[in-house]
Design a protein around this ligand. Structure first.
Ligand code: AN0
Ligand code: CP
Length: 317
């Protein structure tokens, strides 16, 4: 594997799931593979899980790890070419990226959508510059349009908990006070559409995701109808994608919050969320604390998804 930014980079999903479950059963089996190799993790945005789980995955493989938070102590970076740099950004990405590449073997990048300019976000301007100019294999730790390490962990989790060959998975929009990117729902949809599960997306009008991510999923505007007989409920907030409201919060309607009454419509579904989650906005306390909530095992699988990706990148060095 050269780079990892989307579902296609992982290859056939059944093989990837098998590899993940094997690694989970013996996570130190390849502890020599990363000897004298350095992972550099670059964060333009905050993180708890991605930072810790990816670092742990690298340690399991015997790698060294360097972490840089761009907004804490690094020079502020200009990202546009051709700008007269007389403002508050002393360094350009076009020098910073190849310099970072000098000090490591593999680079992970977290760079969220700015939610101001749809074209800029959906071109994946930041991570594609890392791919172009770092000279290193690059993987996404959530880029502007996708969060593939999360989606892969979500898939592993569903495979572990499913009791039917073809479970019904429902991704539901839920309210949140701040504008969030579409990366997590886009990516989850992309991975679910690559399985043979029954996959349904439900959200209020105006929250339609980009058609290339919705694919053949069923879109149901009636949340209660969507949840009927679900085996997995995947809650997530996202801001609007469609023009002219790109990046805006159109609703904070708590009628969309996942509560125990709605979970009662499902086939005793498991509750999932990528975390961090705002309780009693996205999901009520009782649902997230219930025995059907699998948000912690889901987060635990982030170590496994990252380890599969790093292992395959190390093998291709
Ligand atoms: C981010 C998002 O929605 O993309 C990260 C989730 C993994 N969430 C927040 O900023 C709250
Ligand atoms: N789910 C996830 O990526 O969490 P962090 O933003 O804390 O890394």
């Amino acid at each position: 594997m050269k780079h990892f930014t989307n579902v296609h980079d992982i290859g056939p999903l059944d093989a990837a799931i098998k590899e993940a479950l094997e690694l989970k059963a013996d996570r130190f089996a390849f502890s020599d593979l990363g000897r004298n190799k350095t992972l550099m993790m670059i964060f333009f945005n905050s993180s708890l899980r991605t930072r810790l789980s990816t670092q742990k995955a690298a340690l399991n493989l015997g790698m060294n790890v360097i972490v840089l938070d761009i907004n804490q102590g690094a020079w502020k970076l200009e990202t546009e070419r051709g700008v007269i740099m007389d403002g508050d950004r002393p360094e350009h990405l076009l020098e910073a990226i190849p310099v970072m590449g000098c000090y490591c073997d593999i680079i992970g990048v977290r760079s969220f959508a700015g939610l101001k300019d749809k074209a800029e976000d959906y071109e994946e301007r930041v991570i594609s510059q890392f791919i172009k100019y770092s000279g290193r294999p690059v993987f996404s730790m959530e880029a502007a349009t996708r969060h593939p390490l999360q989606s892969f962990a979500d898939l592993i989790t569903i495979e572990e908990y499913k009791t039917k060959e073809r479970p019904k998975v429902v991704m539901t929009w839920a309210p949140h006070p701040k504008a969030l990117p579409q990366a997590v729902p886009n990516s989850f949809a992309e991975w679910m559409n690559a399985t043979d599960y029954e996959f349904v997306i439900t959200h209020p009008e105006g929250y339609e995701l980009a058609p290339e991510f919705v694919g053949n999923a069923r879109v149901e505007y009636d949340q209660k109808k969507a949840l009927e007989d679900a085996d997995f409920v995947y809650a997530k907030n996202w801001s609007a994608y469609a023009d002219p409201n790109y990046g805006k919060v159109l609703s904070t309607d708590r009628a969309w919050t996942v509560d125990s009454e709605k979970m009662g419509l499902t086939d005793n579904a498991f509750f999932m969320h990528c975390l961090p989650v705002r309780r009693n906005m996205i999901v009520t306390d009782d649902v997230i604390e219930s025995e059907r909530s699998i948000v912690i095992p889901e987060a635990a699988n982030r170590e496994i998804s990252a380890q599969v990706v790093l292992k395959n990148m190390l093998k291709s060095l």
